[in-house]
Design a protein around this ligand. Structure first.
Ligand code: NAP
Length: 252
């Protein structure tokens, strides 16, 4: 079996001149990932709903000397992914890296969760990564550093009370990622999942007000993991990275 691995020197480490889409890049983990990649010379397409926030992000990332495209759009709309990928190809002519990071999490028991809240979690956290991946695949196949990174959560495999819709959506994201990884690896496309416990962003203060934010990983630490995955494209592949805060007991 011949697997298209593209093991060139540029694909094992140097990210300069590559193009990446980071969803949910206006703040938190997505902004940290976009900044880390821009510092490595990656041209960046940034998405979130707020055009004004993305203009601020665009100015900041451009200061690293890379090209930045703002793609303001709501990922709960099923027509958004095709439009974003189309705009990126029109603008950059290529796409090497897709980071499905945008997400929502509403803290509620399932007994109080509405159908709309359930649907929004599934649409943003699971369906959008599927549709963005599907639309990106033809271009990733032509790319020499083809990578999809899906930002899951500890609840992609565990189950936390008061996070039922969020837990279900991250389980769906991980299930989709496992199938996707198998379906595209022979095309040289690598699919990674990063599943973290609490990270110090605005999201965690809403979902886990009980946690001390000062002991949580910073968003930049998740960005470091993304960089590691992208710059280690030898013959060893990491399918999933589980992350916990240093104060939490291992393997729990
Ligand atoms: N923080 C944690 O503790 C933690 C732990 C594990 C995993 N995660 C995951 O990490 C990812 C990022 O989380 P975060 O903590 O950085 O969250 P955050 O600070 O709340 O940021 C969420 C990002 O997603 C965007 N977004 C939300 N709804 C959107 C939509 N409908 N369309 C497009 N963009 C949308 C937001 O921008 P706009 O509001 O402008 O649209 C924002 O840029 C999520 O997938 C989350 O589940 C977080």
């Amino acid at each position: 079996m011949q697997i298209n691995q593209h093991l060139t020197s540029s694909s094992t480490g140097d990210l300069r001149g590559k193009t990446a889409l980071i969803t949910g890049a206006s703040r938190g983990i997505g902004f940290a990932i976009a900044s880390a990649l821009a510092k490595e010379g990656v041209n960046i397409a940034v998405n979130s709903r707020s055009a004004a926030n993305l203009e601020h992000v665009k100015r900041e990332l451009s200061s690293y000397g890379v090209k930045v495209l703002a793609c303001p759009a709501d990922l709960s709309d099923a027509s958004t992914p095709a439009k974003i990928i189309g705009d990126i190809i029109t603008h950059f002519g290529q796409l090497n890296i897709l980071v499905n990071n945008a997400g929502i999490a509403v803290r509620k028991p399932l007994a109080a969760t509405t159908a709309n809240e359930w649907d929004m979690h599934m649409a943003i956290n699971a369906r959008a990564p599927f549709l963005l991946s599907r639309e990106a695949i033809p271009y990733l196949k032509k790319s020499d550093h083809a990578t999809i990174i899906n930002i899951s959560s500890v609840v992609g495999s565990k189950a936390y009370v008061n996070q039922g819709a969020y837990t279900a959506s991250k389980h769906a994201l991980e299930g989709m990622s496992k199938v996707l990884a198998q379906e595209v690896f022979q095309d040289g496309i690598r699919v990674h999942v990063i599943a973290s416990g609490g990270v110090a962003t605005g999201m965690i203060t809403g979902t886990r007000p009980d946690l001390d934010v000062s002991v949580l990983p910073a968003p930049e630490e998740i960005a470091d993991i993304v960089l590691f995955l992208l710059t280690h494209r030898g013959n060893a592949v990491i399918d999933k990275v589980n992350v916990r805060r240093s104060t939490k007991s291992p393997w729990t």
